[in-house]
Design a protein around this ligand. Sequence first.
Ligand code: GLN
Length: 201
Amino acid sequence: MDAKIGVLALQGNVSEHIDAFLLALERMGHGSSSEVFEVRSPADLTDCHAFAIPGGESTTISRLIDKNGLYEPIRSFNGGIFATCAGMVLLANTVDDPRIHPLGLIEMAVDRNAFGRQRESFEADLAVEGLQGDPFHAVFIRAPVVTSVGTGVRVLARVDQGIVALEHGKHVAFSFHPELGDDTRLHERFLQKLGITRQKK
Ligand code: GLN
């Protein structure tokens, strides 16, 4: 299957997500048959198999989702969602900041700036459940953590402060930024679960 992947392009690190998905697809042998493009309107979401919600400023992205009429279309999107950092905040059903209008697509509670000002960014090698090979080198930038999850949510990685990677059905959410660096294992795993398989060369 040729993949059509949309990246929410309202604010935040959009181009890094596009590049990471293009690299993952190339490594999976998809070359030019698949597409990765920016999503700004409901029409852009039609026909996407997968949709990424990038990191950035979750309050701003939340406001722009509402303003662009994307709230309900994202809620009823039936492909897989790959959410990082601010994206993770937006997918939750409970967020510790009333300015956010959470999408409620994953039953989880999120603490928006869990690491506080003292520790704005850091890197850690994480054991991610089900990921083959070396630990994943994770970059955290003003990262959220998940403080509780509902049934059906599979926790993939934790740090002392809480859960930092999880999956629920077709969706995955990360506190850190798998789109930075060139390790595409998490992207490839996400795509494979959606039926976008490695092509024979
Ligand atoms: N904690 C930030 C927020 O909620 C997200 C930071 C990020 O995406 N790098 O807006």
